[in-house]
Design a protein around this ligand. Structure first.
Ligand code: KIV
Length: 265
């Protein structure tokens, strides 16, 4: 396989090839996902919830994203690495947005950054893209807006709200984003946005008609327990595999079965 760039993603949309994206937060998982041919690894601020145990993504810092991004960048050979800009790293000022995007590229080793919001953050997208840093937008259910939304709810159900989200997506494309995540909206709206935009759309909880799909890797591997959103498909039950391995290890150590002669010098 060859190294994936943002140019390849544009070509995939043009050719009607679907774009699989997964989140990744550590070296080992990134290497496995890369070997499996996942073309885009997103170091999402979901790391704060699934790796660090926060209730929301809001406490995540730029330093934390840099830590995870470095590990992912070291683990992958071919995949494009996109680093999320955490809450507060691009909203307060355009200078902040520029500086923090540069940190994710320079210190984290990311090849692109992602930030949430539509028209409200289009100026930040434009500023970052103008430094030749590829930007992925994110509209619809934007987890950093959890308090405004009153929880993690499907967005764009009514026509007015749907039109607002379409306007947001168009603003992000116009600002120079190379791609956009559409999260938690009715499938019909995601389809309409995908048809209207020339940049690839990556859906999560947005139906089958986006140009690509993204899932939080811990959710699809079954590491996050039973409370996952409806849109998650479980591809493995790693929680149970790890649980069984750990209980067997405890039994072996307590009973003296490990280490055996085979595991001793
Ligand atoms: O933080 C994240 O993992 C994300 C994806 C779910 C799109 O933003």
């Amino acid at each position: 396989m060859k190294k994936i760039t943002v140019v390849d993603l544009a070509k995939m949309k043009e050719e009607g090839k679907k774009i699989p994206v997964l989140t990744a937060y550590d070296f080992a998982t990134a290497a496995i996902l890369d070997d499996a041919g996942v073309p885009v690894l997103l170091v999402g601020d979901s790391a704060g919830m699934v790796e660090s145990g926060y209730d929301t993504t809001l406490p995540v810092t730029v330093d934390e994203i840099i830590y995870h991004t470095r590990a992912v960048a070291r683990g992958r050979k071919n995949a494009l690495v996109v680093a999320d800009m955490p809450f507060g790293s691009y909203q307060a000022s355009i200078d902040d947005a520029r500086r923090n995007a540069v940190r994710l590229i320079k210190e984290g080793g990311a090849e692109a950054v992602k930030l949430e919001g539509g028209r409200r953050t289009a100026e930040a997208v434009r500023a970052i893209a103008s430094m030749d840093v590829p930007v992925m937008g994110h509209v619809g259910l934007t987890p950093q807006s959890v308090h405004r939304m009153g929880g993690y709810r499907v967005q764009g159900k009514g026509r007015t709200e749907a039109e607002e989200i379409l306007e947001d997506a168009l603003a992000i494309e116009d600002a120079g984003a190379f791609s956009i995540v559409i999260e938690g909206v009715p499938a019909q709206l995601a389809r309409e946005i995908t048809e209207r935009l020339s940049i690839p759309t990556i859906g999560i909880g947005a139906g089958p008609d986006c140009d690509g799909q993204v899932l939080v890797v811990n959710d699809m591997l079954g590491l996050t327990g039973n409370k996952v959103p409806k849109f998650v498909k479980r591809y493995a039950d790693l929680r149970n595999i790890i649980f069984l391995a750990a209980t067997e290890y405890v039994k072996d150590v307590e009973g003296g079965a490990f280490p055996s002669k085979d595991h001793s010098y």
